[in-house]
Design a binder for this molecule. Structure first.
Ligand SMILES: *Cc1c(COP(=O)(O)O)cnc(C)c1O
Length: 231
């Protein structure tokens, strides 16, 4: 298992580097978030040993459990899935970044949890770039007002935007959706409150992370490609 994982991590890192080079970027601008939602703690540990130190989980409870079982390892946990307000406090305690903030009520809860813990929680705003009804996220034209509305939320810091390509999107649609996220960042970068700095773009999964990097991704969330050939 360890060898296969090491090979998979190396392959994905190489694909990241090539996509960065193609688009005139440096590979160091792109962080691989290894999505471990498919695997148990033992395999997650092996992934860390293979060199992947930023991990993403989409279910809060699993993130809490794994992060506590793996305490002491040099790992940063990212929450990438839908988060309910009653799970905010524990999630804030165990994550370095919450990608999936999709309502002002949730942002306010995160702010309050941040104040309680005396920290500024890093978050991304999830944007529904495909317009699919089943997708979470703010609509693109809400982002400007959301950025204004978080100004008093001193317990958090908005460090960027996140999206998922539409399920029904072909490659051209995907490119358009990722370009839209980048344009949203560019058009909202100036005149932001003190606790907003849109440097991160979290976009791209196994099927489309190379397109995402060409469109400007700084965080790619890759799961299945890392666990290929394991069983
Ligand atoms: C599962 C998941 C991923 C990773 O998907 P793969 O296709 O397995 O790479 C990325 N982002 C989110 C939000 C996910 O839930």
């Amino acid at each position: 298992m360890d060898e296969q994982l090491a090979e998979n991590v190396a392959t994905v890192q190489q694909q990241i580097a090539e996509a960065a080079r193609r688009s005139g970027r440096d590979a160091s601008e792109v962080c691989l978030v290894g999505v471990t939602k498919y695997v148990d703690v033992a395999t997650t540990r092996a992934l860390v040993a293979a060199g992947c130190r930023t991990l993403g989980e989409n279910r809060p409870q699993v993130l809490w459990e794994k992060s506590s079982e793996m305490q002491g390892l040099d790992v940063r946990w990212h929450m990438i899935g839908h988060l309910q307000r009653n799970k905010v406090k524990r999630t804030v305690e165990s994550t370095a970044l919450i990608h999936s903030c999709d309502s002002l009520r949730l942002l306010k809860s995160i702010h309050q949890a941040g104040l309680q813990l005396d920290k500024q929680v890093d978050v991304l705003l999830e944007v529904n770039v495909s317009g699919e009804a089943a997708k979470h996220g703010f609509s693109p034209d809400e982002i400007e007002s959301v950025i204004e509305a978080v100004e008093p939320f001193s317990g958090l810091r908005v460090t960027g935007l996140m999206c998922m390509a539409g399920l029904g999107s072909d490659e051209q649609d995907v490119r358009r959706e990722f370009d839209l996220l980048r344009q949203l960042r560019e058009s909202n970068r100036a005149n932001v409150p003190k606790n907003v700095d849109l440097r991160e773009l979290s976009m791209g999964m196994s099927r489309d992370f190379e397109v995402a990097i060409e469109a400007g991704a700084t965080l790619v969330r890759v799961g299945s490609s890392l666990f290929r050939g394991l069983r």
